[in-house]
Design a protein. Structure first.
Lengths: 422, 523
C-alpha cells in the first residue's frame, strides 16, 4: 500500500514482526514512580519477557510482577477474578509501601476477557484510602513497546483533579536530570508553574483543566493526549525535543502558547545551542553522508530520523515506525527531507531484504536483530537504548548523536589494522 | 494464579525455540503475537548468536481475532517454507494462541508439503521451558525415526564388534542456552575419542534432521543433559533397543564413572585406568597445601537438577567443602536431588521462587554460593562470594575462552571458578593474624571488594528482627564491641552461633564472654 501526502512517502506493511509489546514500558515506568507497583495479569511468557527486557535490573523485590494464569484459572472466569483478588491481597500485605497498583492486561488476559476494570473497581473500594487500583492493557495484540506508557498514563488521567490554574504540563517519562534542566529553562523563560506527568510519586498527580497547556515530551502518547484534551487541556503542537532543532521548536511552541516572545526564547537558549553545536561537530564528522535504515520499534524513529538527517547530515533510506499517528507527528513530518520513505507496520523478512539490498552504513533495530546483522557486516544501534538514556533536550544532542556515531567509530577502529575480519 | 516476580524458566515454547535454534535446516512457525519476539534476544544477546533464531511469529493482533486467524497461520507457514526451505518444519503456538485454538500443526499438515512436519503441543499454562525443550526434541526424533522402527532390528551395544569398527555413540542433550554446552560437547568427544569411541551424532546442538535420522547408526546414546534428552533416549531404547548412559560426567569421580559406564555398556575393555586420575589438575590442586583452607567451607547450592546434583558431589568429595544447602527449580529432577540431599543430611529445596532461595541462603550462612544468575544477585546483596553453575545465566556466563563443566578440563574450570571467589589460603591466615591491627578496619576486604555491610548496621538492623524472633536476646556493649573484632567474613556465622548458644543456655544478654563461651561450645 503506498500513498503520498505532502512531500513524504507513506507505506504500510503487514506481516511477521519483531517488536516488543507494551508490557516492556513497565521497565522504565516502575523506576519513574517508585511508589507504584505494576502487576501483569498474564502468562509465564509475560513474566519472562519483562525480566529479559529488563536484563540485569533485578532488584531484591522489584516493583513489578506477574500474576501467572494457570490451567484452573482458564476454566472459569469467576474463579480467575477471585484468584486475582487473593494474589493482590497477598501482595498488598507483603508490600505495604505500595500506593498505586496498576493491573496490567496482557494478550492472554485480553483473549479470555478478564475484566480488570471491574476487579480494580472492587479493590478500590476495599483498600480505599490505602492503595489505588488502576488498569490498562499492555498486551501485544493491541500495543507495541512504548505504547504501554500511553496506556498507563491514560489510566491515571481520571484521578487527576481539576484546576483552572494556568500551567505548563510536560507529559511523558523523562530522565530526572533532563526534566530538571527543562524546568529550569522554562522558568528562565518566565513560565513559573510547570509540572510533570507522570509525576515522580504516583500520588502527586498534577491538577488539570482549561488553562493547562500540555507539551508532549515523547511521540508515543496518542491516547493520553486525546484524553487530556477531553479534560479541557490545550495540546501544544510541536516536534519532539530530540536534537537542537526539535528542542528549539519545542521551546518556541511552548513559549508561543504562553505568549512569550521568540526573541526571549532565543536569548535564553542561544548559548545552549552554540555549545551543543560545538559538541555535535565530532559526531557529525563521522555520521555525515552515512546511510541510515531505521526498523520500527520504539516509536521514536521519525524524530530520530529528522535529527540524524537535519543535524548530523545522514541520508535516510527507510524510516520504519510501528504505527503512525499523523496528527501527533505532523510537525515532525514537516521537518523531514523530501521523499523520505516512511513505512508503518512491518513484515520483518521483507524489510530485512530491503536492508541487505540497500547496503546501509547503520541500522537502528531491536536486540533480537542486532547481532545477526552485525554478523552480516552491517553496523547497528539498538533502539531500546533510546528509552533508557537521557537523550532529550539541547544539552543532550551530542550524547544522542554519540549513540549512533559510536558503532561507526568502533567499526573504523576494529577494521583498520587491529583485526582481520571475515 | 501464581504471583511471580522473576522466573527461573521461560514458557515451554522457548524450550522449543532452543531446540530449533540449536539445529540446522529446521524452521519453527510459532503462532504468537508480536511481543513474543522478545525471545529472539535470549539467543542473540546472551549467546551472542550471529544468526536469528529460525522462527516465524504469526504476529496476530486483536483485530485479527474476529476474523480468520487460521488463514493468517497458513499464510505465514507458506511464506516461511518458501523463504527458508527447511528440511523439517516445527509448528506450534505460544500461550495466547493456545487459547484461540487454531491448531496450527494440523493446518500445516493439511497444506500438502512433502517435508516432515512436527506438530508441537506444549501446554503453556502448566509446563515450562525445559519440559518444552525435552518434548520438542522427543517429538522431532520420533517424527523423523518412527518409520524405521519396524524395519530395523534391535540395536545391540555390541554391534560394533560384528561390524569390525570402533564403537559409535550419540551425544544427546546439548542445546543453546544450556550451561556451557558448547564446550562440554568438545570435551566429551575428546574423552570418548581417547577411549577409542567415535561420536556418531551430537544433537540437538549443530544437528540437522538428516543427522537425527542417522542416530540409529550408533550403538548407544550418551544422555548428557537429562532435562533435555532423557525422554528421547527412552524412546530410542524402547523402539530401537539403544541403551543410554545415566552418569553425568561433571567432576573427577563422575567422569571416571561415566567412562566406566560407557565401556561397560559397549563391552569395551579400559586399558588406561591408571591414567584417568591424572588427566585433570583438580585432584592435586585440591590436595596441595594451600587448599587446606578449603576444608569445611560452607557452600550453598541451587540450580538446575543436573548441575546442582553434580556440584554437591564435587563440593563434598572432591573439594572437601561442607554442603549446607541444596536445591533445584527443576521439578522433573526433584526426586534425584532429594536423594542426594538426604545423603548429605539436608532438606532439599525444590522451588521456583527466588525469594525462598534467598531466605534459605541467609539461614544457611554459607561462605560460598553456587547458583544461577539470580543467586549471584542474592549472594551479592548478602555479601557472600558466588560462582554461577547453572542456567538461567547472564551474557558473562558464556565466556569466550574454552570453559566446559564436564570431563577433565571441566574439573579444572570448576576448581578455578569455585575457589577464586574465596580468599586464598595464605591470605586468610594473614588476615587472621593481622585482624587486630588498627589498619584492619571494615573497609579492608581483600580482593573480594566491599560488599558486606558495616558491623554497626549489621548488629543494629538484625537487632530489630532478633527482638521478635530470638526471644528478646540483647547484645551488650562489650558483646557488640567483641563482634566488631571478628573478621567480616565469619561475623555472620559467629553472630548466629552466639545467639543460638544464648537461647540454648537461656542467657538473656550477650557479653564478650558469651561470645567466647559460644566459640568454645561450637568448636
Amino acid at each position: 500500500m503506498k500513498f503520498l501526502m505532502s512531500k513524504v512517502e507513506f507505506n504500510k506493511e503487514t506481516g511477521p514482526r519483531e517488536v516488543f509489546c507494551g508490557l516492556t514500558s513497565i521497565v522504565w515506568l516502575h523506576r519513574r514512580m517508585p511508589d507504584a507497583f505494576f502487576l501483569v495479569v498474564g502468562s509465564r511468557t509475560c513474566a519472562h519477557l519483562i525480566q529479559s527486557a529488563a536484563g540485569v535490573m533485578i532488584f531484591a523485590e522489584p516493583r513489578f510482577g506477574t500474576a501467572i494464569l494457570e490451567e484452573k484459572d482458564l476454566a472459569g472466569l469467576a474463579d480467575a477474578h477471585e484468584e486475582l483478588d487473593r494474589v493482590v491481597n497477598d501482595l498488598i500485605v507483603r508490600r505495604p509501601e505500595i500506593k498505586t497498583l496498576f493491573l496490567v492486561g496482557s494478550c492472554p488476559s485480553e483473549v479470555i476477557k478478564l475484566d480488570l476494570a471491574t476487579v480494580a473497581e472492587k479493590l478500590n473500594k476495599r483498600f480505599s484510602g490505602q492503595v489505588r487500583f488502576l488498569n490498562y492493557s499492555g498486551s501485544g495484540i493491541e500495543t507495541t513497546f512504548t505504547q504501554g506508557e500511553d496506556g498507563a498514563l491514560k489510566a491515571l488521567i481520571p484521578l487527576m483533579e481539576s484546576s483552572d490554574e494556568e500551567k505548563l504540563l510536560l507529559v511523558g517519562t523523562l530522565a530526572n536530570n533532563v526534566e530538571d534542566r527543562f524546568k529550569k529553562i522554562f522558568r528562565n523563560l518566565g513560565i513559573s508553574n510547570i509540572e510533570s506527568f507522570p509525576p515522580r510519586q504516583s500520588t502527586e498527580l498534577p491538577k488539570i483543566g482549561k488553562n493547562t497547556k500540555v507539551l508532549l515530551t515523547q511521540p508515543y502518547l496518542s491516547d493520553t493526549a486525546r484524553d487530556l484534551k477531553h479534560r479541557g487541556c490545550e495540546i501544544i503542537s510541536a516536534p519532539f525535543p530530540l536534537g537542537i532543532e526539535g528542542s528549539t521548536e519545542w521551546f518556541l511552541a511552548a513559549a508561543k502558547a504562553f505568549k512569550i516572545s521568540e526573541f526571549k526564547v532565543h536569548e535564553i537558549i542561544s548559548p545552549l545551542i552554540n555549545r551543543a553545536k560545538l559538541a555535535l561537530e565530532s559526531h557529525k564528522e563521522i555520521l555525515k553522508g552515512k546511510r541510515l535504515f531505521l526498523l520500527p520499534e520504539s516509536q521514536l524513529e521519525i524524530s530520530l530520523a529528522r535529527f540524524l538527517h537535519n543535524e548530523c547530515e545522514m541520508d535516510l533510506i527507510e524510516v520504519g515506525t510501528p504505527y503512525l499517528n499523523k496528527d501527533l507527528m505532523k510537525e515532525e513530518i514537516n521537518l523531514l527531507p523530501d521523499n523520505t520513505k516512511i513505512v508503518e507496520g512491518q513484515h520483518v523478512e521483507k524489510q530485512l531484504d530491503r536492508v541487505r539490498e540497500s547496503n546501509p552504513d547503520l541500522v537502528v533495530c531491536g536486540m533480537g536483530l542486532a547481532n545477526p546483522l552485525e554478523a552480516e557486516g552491517i553496523s547497528t544501534k539498538w533502539s531500546i537504548e533510546m528509552v533508557f538514556s537521557p537523550i532529550h533536550g539541547i544539552d543532550q544532542a551530542a550524547d544522542l548523536a554519540g549513540l549512533f556515531s559510536k558503532p561507526l567509530r568502533r567499526n573504523q577502529i576494529l577494521t583498520s589494522k587491529t583485526l582481520v575480519t571475515h | 494464579m501464581e504471583l511471580t516476580l522473576w522466573t527461573y524458566e521461560g514458557p515451554p515454547h522457548v524450550g522449543a525455540m532452543r531446540i530449533a535454534s540449536s539445529m540446522k535446516d529446521i524452521h519453527y512457525v510459532l503462532h504468537a503475537p508480536q511481543g513474543d519476539t522478545y525471545a529472539d534476544l535470549l539467543f542473540t544477546m546472551i549467546e551472542r548468536r550471529g544468526q536469528r533464531p529460525p522462527v516465524t511469529y504469526t504476529t496476530f493482533q486483536a483485530r485479527d481475532l474476529g476474523g480468520d486467524t487460521a488463514e493468517l497461520v497458513k499464510k505465514n507457514i507458506k511464506e516461511a517454507v518458501e523463504r527458508f526451505k527447511p528440511k523439517t518444519l516445527l509448528v506450534g503456538e505460544s500461550c495466547t494462541a493456545e487459547l484461540i485454538q487454531d491448531q496450527p500443526g494440523a493446518l500445516a499438515k493439511g497444506m500438502g508439503f512433502d517435508m516432515p512436519i512436527v506438530n508441537l503441543e506444549l501446554p503453556a499454562y502448566s509446563k515450562k521451558e525445559n519440559w518444552g525443550a525435552s518434548e520438542t526434541f522427543y517429538q522431532l526424533t520420533r517424527t523423523l525415526l518412527k518409520e524405521k522402527v519396524s524395519s530395523i532390528e534391535k540395536i545391540s551395544p555390541l554391534r560394533w564388534k560384528e561390524l569390525g569398527r570402533r564403537p559409535k555413540v550419540n551425544i544427546l542433550g546439548p542445546s543453546l542456552l544450556g550451561f556451557r554446552c558448547r564446550d562440554d560437547v568438545i570435551e566429551i568427544q575428546r574423552i570418548l575419542s581417547e577411549q577409542g569411541i567415535d561420536t556418531n551424532v551430537v544433537a540437538p546442538l549443530g544437528a540437522s534432521p538428516d543427522d537425527i535420522e542417522r542416530l540409529i547408526d550408533a550403538e548407544i546414546n550418551i544422555c548428557l543433559y537429562q532435562e533435555i534428552a532423557e525422554s528421547s533416549c527412552e524412546w530410542l531404547r524402547r523402539n530401537f533397543g539403544m541403551e543410554f548412559t545415566n552418569t553425568i560426567p561433571i567432576g573427577i569421580k563422575n567422569t571416571i564413572a561415566f567412562i566406566n559406564e560407557v565401556h561397560n555398556k559397549l563391552d569395551l575393555p579400559i586399558t588406561n585406568k591408571q591414567e584417568l586420575e591424572h588427566k585433570s589438575k583438580l585432584p592435586w590442586y585440591s590436595k596441595s597445601v594451600d587448599s587446606n583452607y578449603l576444608t569445611g567451607k560452607r557452600v550453598f547450592i541451587f540450580g538446575d537438577g543436573t548441575h546442582a546434583i553434580a556440584a554437591a558431589k564435587i563440593a563434598k568429595e572432591e573439594l572437601g567443602f561442607e554442603v549446607v544447602g541444596l536445591g533445584t527449580y527443576s521439578r522433573e529432577m526433584a526426586r534425584q536431588l532429594r536423594s542426594t540431599a538426604k545423603e548429605l543430611n539436608l532438606e532439599a529445596l525444590i522451588t521456583n521462587n527466588y525469594l525462598e532461595v534467598e531466605d534459605a541462603m541467609k539461614k544457611a550462612a554459607p561462605e560460598l554460593v553456587l547458583g544461577t544468575q539470580m543467586e549471584r544477585h542474592s549472594a551479592k546483596r548478602l555479601g557472600i562470594p558466588c560462582s554461577v553453575i547453572s542456567t538461567p545465566m547472564h551474557v558473562q556466563d558464556v565466556p569466550a575462552r574454552y570453559s566446559p563443566q564436564m570431563g577433565w578440563e571441566g574439573a579444572n574450570v570448576i576448581f578455578d571458578d569455585w575457589v577464586h571467589p574465596l580468599m586464598m589460603g595464605l591470605e586468610e591466615h594473614l588476615i587472621d593474624m593481622f585482624k587486630h591491627d588498627f589498619e584492619f578496619v571494615d573497609g579492608h576486604q581483600s580482593h573480594l571488594g566491599h560488599t558486606a555491610t558495616k558491623t554497626e548496621d549489621f548488629v543494629n538492623s538484625e537487632d530489630k528482627e532478633d527482638k521478635n524472633s530470638n526471644e528478646g536476646i540483647i547484645w551488650t556493649e562489650s558483646g557488640r564491641a567483641e563482634l566488631t573484632k571478628v573478621p567480616f567474613f565469619v561475623r555472620g556465622k559467629v553472630k548466629t552461633n552466639t545467639e543460638k548458644y544464648a537461647i540454648l543456655r537461656g542467657i538473656p544478654e550477650i557479653s564478650d564472654e558469651t561470645l567466647y563461651d559460644a566459640k568454645a561450645y561450637f568448636s
